[in-house]
Design a protein around this ligand. Sequence first.
Ligand code: SF4
Ligand code: ZN
Length: 711
Amino acid sequence: MSLFDRVFSGADVMLSVAEDQLATAVNDLGGDAHVTFPNTAYFLSCIYAFLAKEVRTLDDLNEALKAIKELLGREQKLGDAFSNGIATALLAEVIEGVKYAYNPAPYEGTPCHGHMTDAEVRALGVPLVTGDICGVVVLANPAPTVAEAVDLIKDYQRRGVYVFLLGGIIGQAVEAGIQMGVDLRVVPVSNDGWGVAHIISVVARAAMIFGAVKAGDFEAVVDYAFHRVPAFVNAFGPLEDIVVAIGAGAIALGFPVITNETKNVWSVPKSLIVQTDLAKMVDTSLEARNIKVKITNIDIPVSVSSAFEGEIIRKAQVHADIYGARVNAFELVRTKDLHEIEDHAITVDGPDLDAVEVGAFMPIGIIVDIAGKNMQEDFEPVFERKIHQFLNMVEGIMHTGQRDMIRIRISKDAYAAGFRIKHIGEVLYAKLKSDFEAIIDKLQVSIITDPAKLEALRADANKFYDKRDERLASLTDESVDTFYNCILCQSFSPSHVCVVTPERLGLCGAVSWFDGKATYELDPNGPCQPVTKNKLLDERVGSWEDVNEAVKKHSHGALDKVTLYSILVDPMTSCGCFECICGIEPTSNGVVIVNREHSGFTPIGMTFSEMASETGGGVQTPGFMGHGKHFIASKKFLKAEGGIKRIVWMPKALKEMVHDRLNATAKTLYDIDDFCSMIADETIAEEDPSAMMTFLSDKKHPVLEMDPLEY
Ligand code: SF4
Ligand code: ZN
């Protein structure tokens, strides 16, 4: 049977399953039964993206099925194989849609994840642009042995490749006890082949969310996938025809398929590649998709990869527990002169991990001294925050908090593998030096665990933090003569530009003005460029002629002006990876803010996903604006519309996060006490603005006295 025939036969199998299951479901549930995937604003997003059909019911699904059938052309041509392949993915989505019509959480209680939410898709944005995720692999079917499955998964994970598992390999991973989950970047999607719909759905939504691709623009979805999604497939033989058809769909989207099957399969460069030696599978695959893995060799006994950043170490697994709230524990980066430092000196002063009392808190001080011609004190907090990221990347280490409120957990497994305190220094040395080579000439790490010395050292560290806070507090948009733009997200959101100022960080929450400055220093031709602000146009909305020029240049003409302080007048664009979305709530004349983690409704009658889908892709949408969490307490937040006094609703958890700083800003700017207590949340009102309005008037929320927001 030719490869074409196998694709067609696979598509036919998928079609007959889809038709059968849909007919049974209509019979069981009725044609008007709801069909939805949870927490998405993009319906059944493969069908929506490719065919512009908004599926809400089983009847809608039937209509979609008719349109999909038109893609099943049968002339033995390459184009037909490709359109049959994509149709197979759409048919898979029909089957999965039926599954969710019967049960809104069909994967609950199984190891599988099923549908990815919009928030999960958006969270992929930053790690993809920074290269923390360098590629995405779909491992389909069981590997020849469990051991090979484990090796492949771990190897990809170590190299920073995001792993989706489909079919029998999931059972193998479960059997081997591999830790899986969205946070660990190993996602078991579904035991069924049609689970592939949930993977293609991520691609389809990425195109619409980040790429501003319009639903139904078939070519544009394919083009986006081809150029901007670094994905590929490893499919293990024996391959059923249905997997061959799915593979054709993958290739149509530009994702090479690498397989160990030789029967009736032949290699097509960059598209279909036979690799029978499983030990070479990873290298062959990365090469096929042109993915360069950035590896820093660090001589420590456990793995270091961004995939471990989400790893959680529970109490029972803890060997050493370091907790700044209970014992002296801190981390500090200091700038030194070149002659004061011995490069790569790592010292440990005090007892090591062999001496810890398991269950008791361990004290520690981590001091990183940096010298370099381009080093500046302003970069200290940038590097200090990197300690968090880099230690989290170590397998068996969990790091949270900062300054003298850190918590570090070192697992029993890491200890048993030979991890010791000096390895903390090795990781920080290797990662900081390789990531910031243009700034750091010499770096040394001193780690102190001797409790007798830590009290005084911590007090010293606090003097550094205080000095830094003073600098930060005096740093305003007015006090600097340069902002920075960031275009990192252009790799998937081609016309988006962030303008980062001291009082407004990037919408992803990860790029502050200091980060912008350090990034520019590191790579003067890189993603962050200085933006002057000499030609003020309108102070109220925050617009400058030179800022506009920069935005025009860096968006390649897609935008010609933005304001920095308004949600209504030329607001800043969004790429899609924002931490929060803010939208106007017309009844109160205020705004609601919702963070990505919150899945419920807001009083605008929309969820985060729905509000988020109103903006993105580098397009200006007055009335909606993506932003970082930290921006909420800024004096420049919505300054043009009256500032933070417009905030009427936030999820409780977000309110708690910004509580102290927001209250402080309200007190300073408007002499309002405990402003946060006037802001409604989901315990007061969800979809219903009237409950919120009652609350706002009870609390005498200042928005009630403000002028209406005018579009
Ligand atoms: Fe993307 Fe803006 Fe964050 Fe830069 S600052 S990474 S462009 S969201
Ligand atoms: Zn982004």
